[in-house]
Design a protein around this ligand. Structure first.
Ligand code: LLP
Length: 439
């Protein structure tokens, strides 16, 4: 049994509170739907990954890069900076947020399988620490930007080690049949290595792989590391020098359901260190500096979404049973993960003790689609009524960051709660925001 709620969420008499502020008070002050972010929980996860990397790899610890795609705003970029870890951005937009936050560019890296020339220039001009090259086209594009800025840009190569991570097809990224990176098996990776190695405007510092997301076991990370290390050995044999770095990506899973059993940062990093050490020994290599890029495992558990129930409808099912459709004031525009990946969530009535009998229920949104589902199957009290508040945990990663304006619904705010105080760090979109785009 694991707990999908952040550390400062408590239940007393069935009522939810975050840092001693009740869900009802939060909803009254900030409206619904709203993402509530447990600031201390977030900060302690960010530092925990940093410490675990250092404890496990010692002098060979590289950098923990928080994956901005999971969730970023200016204030969160500042927290990441204060925690001393790095930041992984993958578009000009994410980079712009980081720069607005004053994030040190040297502690940032740029990803993306189709970075525009403008994004590459923006990154190089700002002095970004590293760019992870994803295609042969990018080699000349980055080299041109580096030459124009008079710098030798540090780069890594994103490789697909051919690992099938056990997760949803759309979030599995390191098998052969994907758009990302250079295939090791096909030989394209080696072609890219040679091209970058001979380039005077680029400094190849190592290899990168990201095998997928929401991974709950250690083995696939070790296997990916082993394949990259074998390539480091081939590089050493060919060029007579060892590349100093390896970035093994993100993908560490979290608890969405009580039955999910995620790795702690220490478990994940100790296992990775054992695999890397063993593989380097077999290949007679020094251990390179190891970096990772967790996103979900830092922000995911730190937020919950609070909705207000608007309607409740009972339907009779083919088997004679019944189901309650509980409609909330958000839906696929603030959490697309259920309809996109079949993601599963739990939820609770947050404003009162709910002691009535449970009924098979489905939590749905307000959008014009039958697939607009937040929680497909959940047992909720039969007496849920309009005006109740429903809280869904573990919505920090890939919910607000993948939010849309479908049906012209303004995107919800993010409210940070810490030390008994709540403050908006990303405000709710307004209808004027939406209308401001019309010309
Ligand atoms: N590094 C790279 C290169 C990535 O592509 C990603 C995620 C990460 C790090 C961070 O992965 P994490 O630690 O957060 O699993 N929208 C999907 C997840 C897509 C992940 C994309 N890349 C979802 O909601 O499950």
């Amino acid at each position: 049994m694991t707990n999908p709620w952040s550390s400062e969420v408590k239940f007393s008499d069935g009522k939810l509170s975050l840092c001693r502020i009740s869900a009802t008070d939060l909803a009254r002050e900030f409206g619904t739907p709203t993402f509530f972010l447990d600031e201390e929980d977030f900060r302690s996860r960010a530092t925990a990954w940093g410490y675990s990397l250092k404890d496990s790899f010692g002098e060979n610890a590289g950098t923990v890069y928080y994956a901005a795609k999971s969730f970023i705003c200016v204030e969160v970029a500042r927290w990441i900076d204060q925690s001393g870890i790095g930041l992984d951005v993958c578009t000009g937009g994410e980079l712009a947020v980081a720069i607005a936050a004053g994030f040190p560019p040297a502690r940032m890296e740029l990803h993306g399988n189709n970075k525009s020339v403008a994004e590459i220039n923006q990154a190089v001009e700002n002095g970004i620490g590293k760019i992870i090259i994803d295609s042969l086209y990018e080699i000349e594009r980055i080299a041109a930007a580096a030459k124009a800025c008079g710098v030798r840009q540090k780069v890594m190569l994103r490789l697909t080690p051919g690992i099938e991570a056990h997760t949803h097809e759309f979030i599995s990224t390191a098998h052969e049949d994907v758009k990302f990176g250079f295939s090791i098996a096909s030989g394209v990776a080696w072609q890219a290595i040679i091209a970058v190695h001979h380039h005077e405007d680029l400094e190849l510092v190592g290899f990168h792989s990201h095998i997928g997301s929401q991974i709950l076991d250690t083995e696939p990370f070790g296997e990916a590391a082993d394949r990259l290390i074998a390539l480091l050995a081939r590089y050493r044999d060919e060029f007579g020098a060892e590349l100093p770095e390896l970035n093994l990506g993100g993908g560490y899973g979290i608890s969405y359901l009580e039955s999910d059993d995620p790795l702690s940062p220490n478990q994940a990093m100790f296992a990775l260190a054992a695999a890397v050490t063993d593989s380097c020994k077999r290949n007679d290599l020094h251990i390179p500096k190891i970096s990772i890029e967790p996103g979900r495992a830092i922000v995911g558990p730190s937020m919950f979404t609070l909705y207000e129930v608007g309607t409740v409808k009972e339907v009779v099912l083919d088997d004679g049973g019944t189901r309650n459709y509980i409609s909330v004031d958000g839906g696929m525009s603030d959490n697309i993960r259920t309809s996109l990946y079949g993601a599963e969530y739990v939820g609770v009535i947050a404003n009162r003790a709910a002691s009535a009998a449970l009924r098979q229920s489905r939590v749905v949104g307000k959008h014009c689609e039958s697939g607009d589902i937040v929680i497909r199957d959940i047992q909720l009290p039969v007496d849920v009524v309009p005006g109740d508040f429903l809280a869904v945990p573990a919505t920090g990663a890939y919910c607000r960051s993948m939010a849309s304006n479908y049906n012209h619904v303004p995107r919800p705010p993010v409210v940070a709660v810490s030390n008994g105080k709540a403050r908006v760090i990303l405000r709710r979109e307004t209808l004027s925001d939406l209308l401001s785009l019309d010309v």
